[in-house]
Design a protein around this ligand. Structure first.
Ligand code: K1U
Ligand code: ZN
Length: 173
């Protein structure tokens, strides 16, 4: 398994809608394994393929927060939201592509998601709490959307400028 570098906003690859996965190849399975390792290492609770420069509709997540509990690594290929609750939830979201920036985002509190697993089988599950928020955040990534796109243009610009500076500083070493 290999840690893959996480792209930092702004990057054109984070703004593109990803095409569906048409075949579950060895390369895709390797990418899913690497993404899980990269997510746990960050640490994060989710990671979408475009965040590691792979334009494909796939994300990984594990929202088990209790360090004593068993982990639940999930790989979701071609995910689609099939139902959303009318009730909404406000969560202070972060993003591994926008480090150390957090903002409240309102989304449906519960969702049903259908996807294909790494074994090629269709699955569907009802998500609540952080799982629901994370699944929606990751599906947004697959559509080229970031959590800052829910903020005012002014807040978004402020965060984007901070990220441009972070990238300049990192490039200088
Ligand atoms: O997609 C990403 O950039 C990952 C992101 C997912 C996410 C976080 C919060 C709300 C919705 C979606 C993260 O994992 S940011 C890091 C984070 O939230 C976290 C890190 C360690 C422990 C618990 C949470
Ligand atoms: Zn993110």
């Amino acid at each position: 398994m290999t840690l893959r570098p996480i792209l930092i906003h702004p990057d054109p690859r984070l703004k593109k809608a990803c095409p569906p996965v048409t075949e579950i190849t060895d390369d895709l399975m390797q990418a899913a394994e690497d993404m899980l390792e990269t997510m746990y290492d960050a640490p994060g609770v989710g990671l979408a393929a475009p965040q590691v420069g792979l334009l494909a509709r796939m994300f990984v997540m594990d929202c088990v927060k209790d360090p004593e509990a068993a982990p639940r690594p999930m790989v979701l290929i071609n995910p689609a939201v099939t139902w959303t609750s009318a009730e909404t939830n406000v969560y202070e979201e972060g993003c591994l592509s926008i480090p150390e920036q957090y903002a409240e985002v309102t989304r449906p509190a519960e969702v049903r998601v259908r996807w294909t697993g790494l074994d090629g089988k269709e699955q569907e599950e009802h998500f609540t709490g952080l799982w629901a928020t994370c699944a929606q955040h990751e599906i947004d990534h697959l559509d080229g959307k970031l959590f800052i796109d829910y903020l005012s243009p002014l807040k978004r610009q402020l965060i984007t400028r901070k990220m441009e500076k972070l990238k300049r500083d990192r490039a200088r070493g």
